[in-house]
Each structure stands twice: as C-alpha cells, then as structure tokens.
Design a protein around this ligand. Sequence first.
Ligand code: GAL
Length: 420
Amino acid sequence: MRFTRQAAVALVAVAALFSAAACSSSEDPAAEKNVEVFTWWADGGEKAGLDGLVAQFGTACPDFAFVNGAVAGGAGSNAKSVLASRLQTNDPPSTFQAHAGAELSDYINADQVEDISAQYAEWGLTSAFPKGLIDNITVDGKIYSVPANIHRANVLWSNKTVLAKAGITADATTLDAFIADLDKLKAKGVATPLALGKDWTQVMLLESVLISDLGADKFTGLWNGSTDWKGADVTAAIEKFKKLLTYSNADRDTFDWTDAEKLIMEGKAAYQLMGDWEAADLDAKGFKDYGYSVFPGNTGTFQWLADAFVLPKGAKNVEGTKCWLKTVGSAEGQKAFNVKKGSIPARTDVSSDGFPAYQQAAMTSWKADKQVPSCAHGSACSQGLQGAIVSAAGKFSTDGDVAALQNALAAAAAQFAAKK
Ligand code: GAL
C-alpha cells in the first residue's frame, strides 16, 4: 500500500480529533463544573418550574454549571427506564429526581444513593421540613434525599365555559353527583365529559375513586397491608371506576396527561383528574378559563407526593451535586421552583406571598386535611408494585373485567408485600 501525503494529513487530523475528544471527556476543566440534573420535566409548567430552580442554582452556585438531563414523558414513564439502565451501567447523572416514600426506598435498598444526613444538619434542613415528611424519607435513621415540593394528586380540573353551557354551577362533592354532571355534559353533546390519558393517569383516577369509597384511612391501609384488596368496598369502587371510563375519550391509552389536558383547553372535554402540575402547565400555556376542585368524595383528604433529589453513588461532581441539593432545600430555591411548578414548598417557613391562588389554597388544605400517599407517584408503593398496578389498569382499560382487575391488584399487593 502506498502511503500518500494526503493520507498522512488525514491521519494527523484524525489523531487531533481523537485527542480533543479524550481531553473533553476527562480533562476539560469546563466539564468538571457540570452538574447533570436528571428529571422528566421537559416542557410547559414542569420546565418552567425547573427553570426557576436552575436560575436560583446559578445565583447560589456560580462555580458550577447546570446540564439538563431531562427525558420527556409524564410521571417519568420514559425517564425511569433510562435512569435504571444508567444506574446499572455505572453511569449515574450528578443527581436525579425521585419520589419521597416507597419509590426512594427502592434506590436506597439497591444501594444506589448516598446518605446525606450530615448535610441535613449542616444546611439546617432537619427542622425546615415537616416531621411527617422527614419520617417518611428516613430509613434506619438516615436521610438520602432533599424534597423540593409537595404536589397534590387528587384534583379535578375543568373548562369553566363547557361546564356553564351544560348548566353545571357547583362542584360535585360525591361520586354520584359527579356522574349526574357527566350525564348532563353527555346530553349536551360534549364529546369527552372526562378527559383521560394512558395507564398511570388511569391509576390516578382509580386511586381517587378508592379514596371516595373507602375513606382516607382504609385507602392508606391498602398500601400498608391493613385493608384487604379483595373486599366488597374495593369491588364497588372498581365498578364506579369502570363507569367513569365510559365518559372518557376512546383513545385514552395513547394519551399522555398533556394530551388529555389539551382536550380541556380546546373545549372538547369538561373535566380531568390530574395532579396540580396541571395548574402550572395551564398557566404556562396561557389557558385561563379553568376551574379546580378536590375530586368528588375526596373532600378533606390531600393525596400527596413529593419530588426529591439525591446524590447517586458514583456521581462525578459530588461538590456540584451538593450545591444543587442545598439549593433545592433552601427557602429561595423552594420558592423559585414551586411558584412555577403548581406545587407548594416542602419547607414550612416559605411565605405564601407571591404564589398563585391555586397554590395558596393548596397550602391551606395541606395543613388542614388528612394526608394520604399516592401509588402512581411513588409515595405509597414501590416501583415493582406500581408497575404491576399500572399494567393491570392498562389491561382493564381494554377488557373492563372487574374481577380480573381486583384479583390482579390483590395478587400484586401480596407479591410485593411478601418481598419486604
Ligand atoms: C409526577 C411528578 C410531578 C410531575 C408529574 C407529571 O410523578 O412528581 O412533578 O412532573 O409526574 O409528569
């Protein structure tokens, strides 16, 4: 083979490229400043909340640079599997989002996150969060995450004009009254009285119906083993859930929560059960004609979940991650984030001044109401149980078999309880 001058020049160029690449991954001083924050907040109100937190991070942590590792998809439907494979291959982001409660325990049990109890003392966080929340995120006396917020899951959103046209002037407070309203909407020709999305959004609806029928304490008992999934009250709740599905869009199984929300914004649907990230999202999208109320039959019960951030084992920029976590836990960070995210601060010392009306109302309910956890958003159940319930709900959406769904729920609860 003849070695031409052009080939030699090309070889030198390729070698230069390789050394530049090697330098950027291991020696580039800029890369050492990077803090990759892994979330599923890629758009709308979720992105607006994240942006608020990032701005505060820029102020509080000028030595570090935020890198957005968001993977789009409501409730982490895509992000969680991407994260799982990154953790498995020892390629963790600098920090990632996880739900306080059972979901976080999964990461703790798998030894994937660091104990940050020492930082709690250093940053004054131990007294900043409510005791119940601290208890919830403490495992064997250690804390592994910093909660950013409290979200509420059991909220019913509506298009005010669509309701007014059907003569609905008051919020239904029982499931029967709600069904009567859905019938009125149907009679008025509203295409989708109740907008709904795929699997996890259906689980949210089912959980709200279970809260209505069982009450707060028995609902919580479903997750700690004290309520029987095979009971007649659960059967009755599933029957009502089945009835509610008949008022929803037929293409629900292909919809993310934002697709269902769009039906509300377009006036094609009247109601949607969704967490209060919907307030922020509707605001971010400039839609003003919306109403909200607690899901019928859930009055006095606040179904909570909390987004928290962690220091993964093997994180590349530990100091940068700590600065992110400190920002997340700070009063300024919680305000900057929650004002835009639809949630309320997890800290107890952030004033409600400057928060939208929805969050001000949520702050009052959070203090006054009975608190119950959410399985769709990890505060009530492990990822294994959540996955089993989501897939049972997905099957039910197609076959409507009440007994099969109840058996699947009972079997999943028994299987995952046995693993503890
Ligand atoms: C939840 C999360 C919220 C919101 C929602 C919709 O799991 O806690 O912050 O992002 O999913 O994607």
